[in-house]
Every structure is written in structure tokens, then in C-alpha cells.
Design a protein around this ligand. Structure first.
Ligand SMILES: *Cc1c(COP(=O)(O)O)cnc(C)c1O
Length: 471
């Protein structure tokens, strides 16, 4: 399988191999990579997955996307190793909340949020491809919380990678900070910047824009637009649907959405042939997506803080991949539209594109009050504690129209113990602290404080990255 850029389109001459799009993430023309052609699976192919372990389902689903970059037996071993440390044998278990209503628990990885499901696999994959090419890279990122720790856990102790994660000093929670600073790995650098999250992000952008520095250090990112992350996320939709009776029975999903990566993976599962009854996009007050689905115009607003902070986002980067589909996979049309979006804050869409999009997804916006009420009500009715992101999706699931014969699966993207204050305030109990979090408070921290100054940060990165030494 080969990959094309959303801003270039079908021309086969420019199609790239998997290992290349893995390492670069974003295409040179600013577009996102998508497979040139998706495989289409018959019902019998899905039926054969019934009862298989998660690692086996993951191997079968993802293998074609690698295009031979990793031999099949080794890939299977890498997948087993990636998910072995997860704290539930089913890896992504389902929990029933009501008749026809289920939670898909995606918080059994090392940082207790769904990003582990992709990053725990993408970290070793990066390392494997780099070692084969005898290359090293320096991963630099900015985080306001969850993404940083998931990326650090995925890259720790990897020979070919150094990772520097910038976060705003004093502006992340203690748990979030400790998840980054207590990792005892030589290649991990948690950097507290005297500034805001936006300052951190500006520093990262400036480092990438400095061509000499970028090349010297082999800068790279593991952000959510990387196709490999989407690929790994397709797996749990297939596994959940099959466990609930697919392909004989259709299944619906409600997904707490920010960057549109998770729900887009569900859409790809559907395009592979998985019988999906409906996909609900659930957003908090940062509702650029729900406004688009309601009114047909996508226009940028200001980011507002909510109790589901991992979805406090305005630009949903992965939406470009769906847009590419809506414009008949035209690279020039996608390029023109997203240039316009960047310049004016409004994405030009036609009524027909909007109608096609509405046939594929429903979208609901849930505010903080309804999120809290949903957490409280779920605990009262079922004894199950859910985190605020999951609650947004559950509230949306209750609102959308869907075929009642199809089970509704609410995607639980974070463990409630990651948000103890919200749980305590709504349910009146403390969530049970998983052992991984409990140890966190006792472990020694390792971090550096730097001023919000590009020169100082670049000096630190240069002095601490191992790039240049033989692999
Ligand atoms: C990242 C994140 C989301 C949003 O996922 P997207 O793929 O960006 O749409 C939702 N919930 C939690 C807990 C997250 O960490």
C-alpha cells in the first residue's frame, strides 16, 4: 500500500511508502497522507475475527497498511509486545451500561488515556524503521497535558529516539506533570517553560522553522495527524464491533472528539467494510465540528476551557482527510480550501458536500453542566465512574437518532482517576487509583526549568540530544 497527500491527490508518481510517511508525518506540501487505495473486506473476513485475541485482530487489520515495511511475523511480535503491559487482558474491553448501551474502555494503557493504543505501537515502529536506516531522530513536542505523557511513554528507552516535551510550568496538573517527569529514561526530557501552552507551541514551531537546527537534530513529531496513529486506532472499532455481533449485526459508536483522529479511524473501519450503524461526533463547548454539521459552515472560534480539556481545540486537523473525500479526492480543491481556511478562518464547503458529510456522521455539542449531570447519573444508575470526556460522548449518544437494533458503543477515552476533582464533585466519591498512578506520587521527578526563550531551549536540546553518535 502506498500513500498520497490530501493536497496533491491521485498522481501515482508522488505516492510514498509507509516507512517514509511514518517518519515525516505531514506531507511536504502541507497535506495529510492517506492510503492511495483502501482494502475492502467481505463479511466473511470480519466473521473470521470473532473470538480472536486483540493482538491477532490488530495484526490482521493493520498488516496491509505497512506495505511490507515490517515482515508479518515480526509485526505480530511487535504488536504483542506493545499491548502486553496493558492492564486488561482484553486490551480494549467492553462494559455494559444499559440495554444496547456499552462503554469501550480505552484507558488500560500506561498513561490511562486512549492515545496509548496508537502511541505504544507507533513508538516501537519508529524505532524499528530508524534503526534499519541507521538514523536517529529528535522528537520535540508541546503539551498541555495528556499527549506529552503518552508520547514520552511510547518513546522512552528507544535507542534511535530522543524526546523533548515542553509544557507550561505550573499550568499542568500534578498527575500530568509527574507522568512526564518521573520516567527514568535517559532519552526523555521534560522541559518546564516559564510561559503558557501557546508559548510552548510557538517555541516548537520556531524550532521546526529553523532549517539548520531541524536538520542538525533530525527533528520529528509524533502528532495526531500521523497516519500510523489512525491505523492503530482502527483496530479497537473492529474488535468491539465483532465482539458485539458484527458482521451479522451493525454497531453504532459515539466518540469524544477534538482533533477528529479517533472518530476518523472509525470512519476508516467503516470504509474497510465494517458494518457501522452510525458515528456520533461528540464535542464540548469547543464546537467547530458540531456547528459545521448543523449549519454547513466551518468557521473558527476562540478556544474556551472546559472540564474535558483534551477536546479544547478549534482546528480539528484530521478533518482535512474527510474533506479530501468530500471533494472527490481532489488535491487542488483541498489545498485551495485549507489555504482559504488558514487565511480567513472559514472553510469553503458546498451544500452537497455538507449533505454527504451529514450522511456519514451526526454531531452533538455537550456543555459542562450536561457533562457533570451525565457523570452523576451514570454513577447513580450503574455504579460506574466515567471521566468528563467519556461523559460528553455518552450524553451525545443519548441524543442522536440511531437504529435501536444496533448496540451503541460509547468510546471511553480516559480513566476517571485522571480527573479525580471532576469525579469527586459530581459523584461524591474518589475514583479508585490504579497502581500506576499511585506509584507516581512517590517517584523522584527529573525536569528542567527554562525561560520562554528560543535560544535557551535550542541550547538545551542541542546539549542533551544524542544525535551524531553512532547507532
Ligand atoms: C485526545 C483526546 C480526545 C480527542 O481525540 P481526537 O482524536 O483528538 O478527536 C478525547 N478524549 C481524550 C481523553 C483525549 O486524550
Amino acid at each position: 500500500m502506498r500513500y498520497i497527500s490530501t493536497r496533491h491527490g491521485r498522481a501515482a508518481a508522488t505516492a510514498r511508502a509507509f516507512d517514509e510517511i511514518l517518519l515525516t508525518g505531514l506531507a511536504p506540501d502541507g497535506g495529510l497522507y492517506v492510503p492511495q487505495r483502501l482494502p475492502c473486506r467481505a463479511a466473511s473476513w470480519f466473521k473470521a475475527l470473532q473470538g480472536l485475541p486483540y493482538a491477532e485482530i490488530a495484526t490482521r487489520v493493520t498488516q496491509p497498511f505497512l506495505g511490507g515495511a515490517v515482515p508479518a511475523t515480526e509485526w505480530r511480535r511487535m504488536i504483542e509486545a506493545a499491548y502486553r503491559p496493558f492492564t486488561h487482558p482484553a486490551v480494549a474491553p467492553l462494559r455494559q451500561l444499559d440495554a444496547g448501551l456499552w462503554l469501550l474502555e480505552l484507558f488500560h494503557g500506561p498513561t490511562l488515556a486512549f492515545k496509548d493504543y496508537a502511541l505504544q505501537l507507533v513508538g516501537p515502529l519508529f524505532d524499528r524503521v530508524l534503526r534499519k536506516r541507521r538514523r536517529r531522530i529528535t522528537i520535540i513536542g508541546a503539551t498541555s497535558g495528556d499527549t506529552g505523557s503518552a508520547a514520552i511513554e511510547a518513546c522512552r528507552d528507544r535507542e534511535a529516539i530522543d524526546i523533548f516535551m515542553l509544557y507550561p510550568a505550573g499550568r499542568v496538573s500534578e498527575v500530568q506533570r509527574r507522568q512526564m517527569t518521573t520516567v527514568p529514561a535517559r532519552n526523555v526530557h521534560a522541559v518546564a517553560v516559564e510561559g503558557t501552552f501557546d508559548d510552548c507551541q510557538d517555541l516548537v514551531k520556531a524550532m521546526f522553522a529553523d532549517a539548520a537546527f531541524r536538520d542538525e537534530l533530525g527533528l520529528s513529531a509524533v502528532n495526531s495527524i500521523n497516519w500510523a496513529r489512525i491505523m492503530a486506532q482502527i483496530v479497537y472499532y473492529v474488535a468491539a464491533a465483532v465482539a458485539l455481533g458484527a458482521p451479522a449485526r451493525k454497531v453504532a459508536f459515539a466518540v469524544p472528539t477534538g482533533n477528529f483522529g479517533n472518530v476518523y479511524a472509525a470512519h476508516i473501519a467503516r470504509r474497510l467494510g465494517l458494518p457501522i450503524a452510525g458515528l456520533a461526533i461528540a464535542t464540548n463547548r469547543n464546537d467547530i465540528l458540531t456547528r459545521f454539521f448543523a449549519r454547513g459552515t466551518m468557521s473558527l472560534g476562540a478556544v474556551e476551557p472546559t472540564i474535558s480539556p483534551s477536546m479544547d481545540i478549534q482546528v480539528s486537523s484530521n478533518f482535512e482527510r474527510l474533506f479530501f473525500e468530500l471533494v472527490g479526492e481532489s488535491g487542488p480543491k483541498t489545498k485551495a480550501a485549507f489555504r482559504h481556511f488558514r487565511a480567513t478562518g472559514t472553510l469553503p464547503t458546498t451544500r452537497q458536500q455538507w449533505q454527504v458529510a451529514r450522511a456519514l456522521f451526526q454531531a452533538e455539542r455537550v456543555d459542562d453542566d450536561e457533562t457533570r449531570a451525565t457523570m452523576a447519573e451514570t454513577y447513580r444508575a450503574t455504579g460506574t465512574l466515567i471521566d468528563p470526556h467519556t461523559a460528553v460522548a455518552l450524553a451525545a449518544a443519548r441524543r442522536v437518532k440511531h437504529d435501536r437494533a444496533a448496540p451503541m458503543v460509547v468510546v471511553a477515552t480516559a480513566h476517571p482517576a485522571k480527573f479525580p476533582e471532576a469525579v469527586m464533585a459530581t459523584c461524591g466519591v474518589q475514583p479508585e487509583i490504579p497502581p500506576r498512578l499511585a506509584n507516581l506520587m512517590a517517584l523522584p521527578e527529573r525536569r528542567v526549568n527554562l525561560p520562554n526563550d528560543l535560544g535557551a531551549v535550542q541550547r538545551y536540546v542541542r546539549d542533551h540530544a544524542r544525535l551524531g553518535a553512532a547507532v
